[in-house]
Design a protein around this ligand. Sequence first.
Ligand code: SAM
Length: 285
Amino acid sequence: MKLTDINVIKRILGRHGFSFSKALGQNFLIDETVCPRMAEMGGAKEGTCAVEIGPGLGVLTVELAKRADKVITVELDTRLIPVLAETLSDYRNVEVINADVLKTDLHKLIAENFDGKPVNVCANLPYYITSPILMYLLESKLPVENITVMVQKEAADRLCAKVGSRDSGAITVAVNYYAESEVLFDVGRECFTPSPNVDSCVIRLKVRKEPPVKVQDEEFFFRMVKAAFSQRRKTASNGISSGMGIAKDKVSEALNLSGLSPTVRAEALTMEELALLSDNLLKVK
Ligand code: SAM
């Protein structure tokens, strides 16, 4: 069954009376080269296991199942469960879970199902929750090696930007703290049905064993980063002061102690500078 063939898709979906849900980010891949590339570049191979989010019709799931020892895939849309039972019927090493990935205990799922083998996450993400999903995967310190995901092009630019460059944001800092990110390849809107209004990009986050900087208080660091980036046209100092309720002179003191200009903008700060500022802010506040 060729799941990228638009006629096959129409036939299966028609038989199940399925119609696409825009709200659930349902754009299914119809380009036959994308999923094998994603699976390969995502590290799916013998001796590894994979977690997928949002299988849709199972087009990426089968490519993962052909390569990895075991695949667990989490799909929110209950209407797709009988469809997946049909499209994945040839693959004994796939388990489909009908759930919201953000409410799924992936730690437990990995611990109970994968016999301690290396695990990779691979997914064509529902774009409406790209950041929450990635932050959930990273912040919960999931024991995975790579997270290889398709995201909207603009999101890829932000997620894979260099910290300290114009494109960087709070999410860039967060991603960089937990992983090394890289853009793998572009995917045009014509590769999907229905065709979305945006182009896409496959990115890979190689999860770090240790963060690139040491901070005294991780939770405080991330709160500061969020506040610093919250008012993009303003200075980091303004954002931190209003976002964290810390007096401006205290923020200026911390900036000064860190050797930074009082008017510096968050996007100009490197990882090391943000870490130092966070530690100094803790000291003076
Ligand atoms: N993997 C398929 C493909 O590449 O053709 C479908 C990808 S589609 C962009 C996103 C999928 O995520 C849809 O199947 C959608 O129903 C599912 N989804 C949306 N929100 C979800 C959530 N919170 N948890 C799990 N799956 C979700």
